[in-house]
Write a protein that binds this ligand. Sequence first.
Ligand SMILES: Nc1ncnc2c1ncn2[C@@H]1O[C@H](COP(=O)(O)OP(=O)(O)OP(=O)(O)O)[C@@H](O)[C@H]1O
Length: 403
Amino acid sequence: MNAYLTVDAGLAARGVRLAVGVGQGERVAVMGPNGAGKSTLFGLCAGLLRPDEGRVALGGQVLADASGAWIPPHRRGIALLAQEPLLFPHLSVLENVAFAPRAAGAQRGAARAAAGRWLEEVGASALADRRPAELSGGQAQRVAIARALAAEPRVLLLDEPFAALDVDAAPALRRLLRRVLAGRTALVITHEPLDAHLLADRVLVLEGGRAAEDGSTAEVLERPRSRFAAGLAGLNLLQGIGPAAAAGAGTSRSSSAAASSGTAAGARISIEGLGEVSGTVPEGADQPAGGEAAVAVFRPADVSVFAPHDAPHGSPRNVWPATVLELEPRGAHVRVHCAPGTEASRPGVAGPSAGEASAGAGAAAPGILADLTPAAAAELDLVPGAGVVLVVKATAVSVYAVG
Ligand SMILES: Nc1ncnc2c1ncn2[C@@H]1O[C@H](COP(=O)(O)OP(=O)(O)OP(=O)(O)O)[C@@H](O)[C@H]1O
């Protein structure tokens, strides 16, 4: 791996084993559910944790390895910006920022001059003489950013930089970070897809202590491979497998099947509890192969909901009986959470048993979200437990291999 920062390391006690490379000047959004290993990744980089497997290296220098090599945190050239600003309460804002160049050996005057420049950079010059207790959350975070940058770090680690801020303070800080992170090597833990788009070139999704997805921000959020990333992007994602070789289609299924039809590459995948799902293979994605892992991805807004007796028939549509689990008002629309399957499953659509359906999302049959107008939801008289039929056109479903 030709990377500037390399974390090919693990901590067995935490069930974390990561192999991640970050290029110089690359900005990576680190995302994942609670306990996925995001903080552990930061701890390994910053020198707060020692790996018991593998190594962490920066610019060709080993920072830590399982055999005991160890560069202490303050000599790594890695700055960690925590959720809380963590300023020294007894120092002025200027002195807080000057602390980093001072610690690196700069003379007092030079350190204060550098601090002044960084405060200007983050738009906080007017705060120079205040104490941290006299700052708002947003102001304190600006000062913390100036202090992190004043250390001239080789790598900047930001742990949910807006988490502790008022919603009002976040947009300005987001703009500031977008500007100051340009061209820097940075990792940002965030739960916000917006931040992944604005602050990062790449998204790394961790799940269960492993990297589950790693790709350009657009790729991961527009063509997710995991349910977690699909959820971030506000998309439905059903996991399945490519079809067994279709009758008469030979054994090798490739994009030639679609190419020969002269239309967008169409494909079907099999989903446990739902049966076959039809969709199209997006440009650049891989055609699902027989028996290999594949996903079907579609927007909640593309899911139509019908009363059971009103459902339209015929291809090229996906038609799934389902049970309403929950209605979630979301301003201009209502998000309907559904579990596919009812006792009265339609012929040709293999629904899960009622028991599976009531287990809801996360069970064998995954949950499906549909966005309706409030008027449509009212007209259908939707309530939790109601039986419905979900219909999604094949053209609205992306299917692709994720193996
Ligand atoms: N101090 C600790 N001691 C032992 N195990 C820990 C400790 N902190 C975290 N873990 C475990 O290590 C694993 C990774 O946790 P980590 O804190 O890195 O996840 P995270 O993605 O940062 O989660 P969150 O979003 O909740 O902060 C989890 O299984 C967690 O339970």
